[in-house]
Design a protein around this ligand. Structure first.
Ligand code: IPM
Ligand code: MN
Length: 351
């Protein structure tokens, strides 16, 4: 029997409750499709940091490299200053494991309410490929004369030809395999960020020449926000840098029904990838058994696809779709008509 070693990081807030249901459904899918998932849990997160003063222990990254994938809940704790856990755990894993793609599908399932008037599941079905290791996220920059009236703060966007190119190539390839509209849209800001997006744009067309079957489109990030609301049906795959990708995928999550359903994959095609709900740790819902676990379950489905268990992945997604279409009232925490664990059970029964 095929077996996969999976690291599980439940993390903070409502993360563990979401992950529990994700694991429950993954285990059911594994039983049904005849493979094994060996889960190993790690307690990285805010509580551990408050207890030990350590974000990630020595050797943690090397340890994670031994797994075929990582299944993550959420990182972020109200008792810890913003930035410490994000940089010390989440971004550290993305960077050190070289998960250079953040793949975020934006898909509206039937029965799910979108705030976009007159738009339905046929109109909202695209994928954002976000560069995940460069841009404004590298921590490059610093202060001068901090705390004085002459203070200077510099935060630099790092864009390497290699980093941009591998992200673009992944996006072209993904667009080809997805085979929907065969259109890749570069989301940038070439009218103002005339260095960074000059590089992106040149690389986009040069790499794109190797993909003559894929149409190339370009839109500025501000315009993309407008089109995502006005005409989301025009998008197939969008590729963009780290910061813009972060921002437009929160907008994407909202038009697909909210953080209760939005999942993503941090992907290193040649290494250990990590799958997560894209919403945060939602501390106010912790321990109440009311958080929506569908985002975690969708992250699980993405993980199975990545591992090569395509059929199990597709069936898991279909089970989520069935629960959205027939059972759950709303995707919002506390308004689902079911508890967190009941939603997990429903998805298992639909498998
Ligand atoms: C996300 C999150 C993270 C990011 C934060 C928590 C560092 O917003 O995964 O989108 O900005 O990438
Ligand atoms: Mn974000």
């Amino acid at each position: 029997m095929k077996s996969y070693k999976i690291a599980v990081i439940p993390g903070d807030g409502a993360g563990p409750e979401m992950v529990r249901e994700g694991v429950k459904v993954l285990e059911a899918a594994a039983r049904k499709f005849g493979f094994k998932l060996e889960f190993t849990a790690f307690d990285y997160g805010g509580d551990r940091y408050l207890r030990t003063g350590e974000v990630l222990p020595e050797g943690a990254i090397e340890g994670l490299k031994q797994f075929q994938a990582i299944f993550l809940g959420a990182i972020g704790h109200p008792g810890v200053k913003p930035g410490i856990l994000e940089k010390g755990i989440l971004l550290k894993m993305r960077f050190e494991l070289d998960q250079y793609i953040n793949l975020r599908p934006v898909k509206l399932y039937a029965g799910v309410e979108t705030p976009l008037k007159d738009k339905g599941p046929d109109d909202i079905d695209f994928v954002v490929v976000r560069e995940n290791t460069e841009g404004l996220y590298t921590g490059s920059g610093g202060f001068l004369k901090k705390g004085t009236p002459h203070e200077i703060a510099v935060q630099e966007s790092i864009n390497t030809r290699m980093g941009v190119e591998r992200c673009l190539r992944y996006a072209f390839q993904y667009c080809r395999e997805r085979s929907r509209k065969k259109t890749l849209t570069l989301c940038g800001k070439t009218n103002v960020l005339t260095y960074a997006f000059d590089l992106w744009e040149r690389a986009f067309h040069e790499v794109g020449a190797e993909y003559p079957d894929i149409n190339r489109e370009y839109a500025h990030v501000d315009a993309i926000c407008m089109w995502m609301v006005k005409n989301p049906e025009q998008f197939d795959v969008i590729v963009t840098d780290n910061m813009f990708g972060d921002i437009i995928t929160d907008l994407g999550a909202m038009i697909q029904g909210g953080m209760g359903i939005a999942a993503g994959g941090n992907i290193n095609p040649g290494g250990t990838s990590m799958f997560e709900p894209i919403g945060g740790s939602a501390p106010k819902y912790t321990g109440k058994n009311i958080i929506n676990p569908l985002a975690s379950i969708c992250a699980g489905s993405m993980m199975l696809k990545h591992l090569g268990e395509e059929e199990a992945s597709a069936v898991m997604e279909k089970a989520v779709m069935a629960v959205c279409a027939h059972n759950i009232k709303s995707l919002s925490a506390g308004r689902m008509g079911y508890s967190t664990s009941e939603v997990g059970d429903l998805v298992v029964s639909c498998l």
